[in-house]
Design a protein around this ligand. Structure first.
Ligand code: MN
Length: 331
């Protein structure tokens, strides 16, 4: 089991930050608002301590995705080819070092690195671990770290952290939402952030082409009532040709429509990446552990939300998914 955070780990993290003068924050590849919002929120807080701060994602030529360009602190973002040396590296929401992408050697070369994460599948890379699988979002752990550093929560820091929190809880709908999560959200709202605007930009803002692509993806969906040991699977796929003019990120939200299907415990979206291989997003409702399934197939995630990359073609990916799902649902 991965080592989860304890009081000594918190002390080590606070000391490592105090002793550093330059910090690099890493979000996982194809970052979501929890990964990037956590990195930017913490980055802004560390900058207020007088640290030199850089934020990146280990993708060649990485620049801020348009869908997350409203996050506060994006001025801290650099492409990975453009970084200055630092004395501390901090990963945010990264469950395995593979998810660091091209930034993996940077973290490995750092004398001190802090991994901040909330995935139960966290693999244990880095020298200091702030990992809490009970946290609804990495953003929740970031806020605790900023508190332990005794730094003020500005409106910008709050906006970045709130974006992570509301994304990973599906607007405070998912099982991971606790009274602590809601108290955290209340505290962030008290800084004066425009939560309605953030929610609209995060959840309810799509170009028409993306909505049409999603509608077509849903219309192609197949329901397999006998899959997942009779609990039901609904799935669809989106090839490169089926998303003309749209990037990979535009397909991320198809799963949010498909997971509503009453007749299926599990929803899956198979997405063809720009390089041609297939990525699978999974959601379950109450009983099937899709995090375990994704782990077995080389991916990761949470009990009710996970993903993995496939190395075979579409047809084989579907067959493999159905087999694995039956195995996971049986125990
Ligand atoms: Mn997260």
């Amino acid at each position: 089991m991965a080592p989860f955070s304890s009081a000594p780990e918190w002390d080590k993290a606070v000391s490592a930050i105090a002793e550093s003068s330059s910090v690099l924050l890493l979000a996982h590849v194809t970052p979501d608002a929890d990964a990037l919002g956590s990195a930017l929120g913490l980055g802004l807080a560390l900058e207020s301590m007088g640290k030199q701060v850089q934020v990146t994602v280990g993708e060649t030529g990485f620049t801020t995705p348009a869908s997350l360009s409203f996050l506060p602190g994006t001025e801290l973002i650099r492409t990975p080819e453009d970084l200055s040396p630092v004395d501390l590296v901090i990963s945010c929401d990264v469950s395995s070092d593979a998810r660091l992408g091209s930034a993996k050697p940077i973290l490995e070369a750092a004398p001190v690195s802090i991994a901040i994460d909330h995935h139960p599948s966290f693999t244990g890379f880095g020298t200091i671990h702030l990992v809490d699988p009970n946290a609804a979002a990495t953003a929740e752990i970031i806020l605790e770290l900023i508190d332990r550093l005794e730094l003020p929560i500005t409106k910008d820091i709050a906006g970045a952290i709130y974006s992570g929190l509301t994304t990973d809880t599906g607007s405070f709908k998912y099982q991971s939402t606790t009274s602590h999560t809601l108290r955290t959200a209340a505290r962030l709202l008290d800084t004066g952030i425009d939560s309605a605007k953030l929610s609209r930009l995060l959840f309810d803002d799509e170009p028409l082409a993306a909505l049409v692509m999603m509608g077509e993806a849903v219309s192609r969906a197949k329901l397999l009532p006998d899959a997942a040991s009779g609990l039901g699977l609904v799935y669809t796929s989106v090839s490169i040709e089926q998303r003309p003019g749209l990037d990979e990120l535009a397909v991320e939200r198809v799963i949010e429509a498909l997971r509503k299907t009453s007749e299926a415990e599990v929803a899956a979206v198979l997405k063809q990446a720009d390089d041609g291989h297939w990525k699978v997003s999974l959601r379950s409702k109450t009983s099937v552990n899709v995090g375990l399934l994704a782990n077995q197939l080389g991916g990761g995630g949470h009990k009710f939300a996970s993903g993995y990359s496939s190395t075979v073609d579409l047809e084989q990916t579907i067959a493999e998914l159905i087999d694995s799902l039956n195995a996971v649902s049986n125990n």
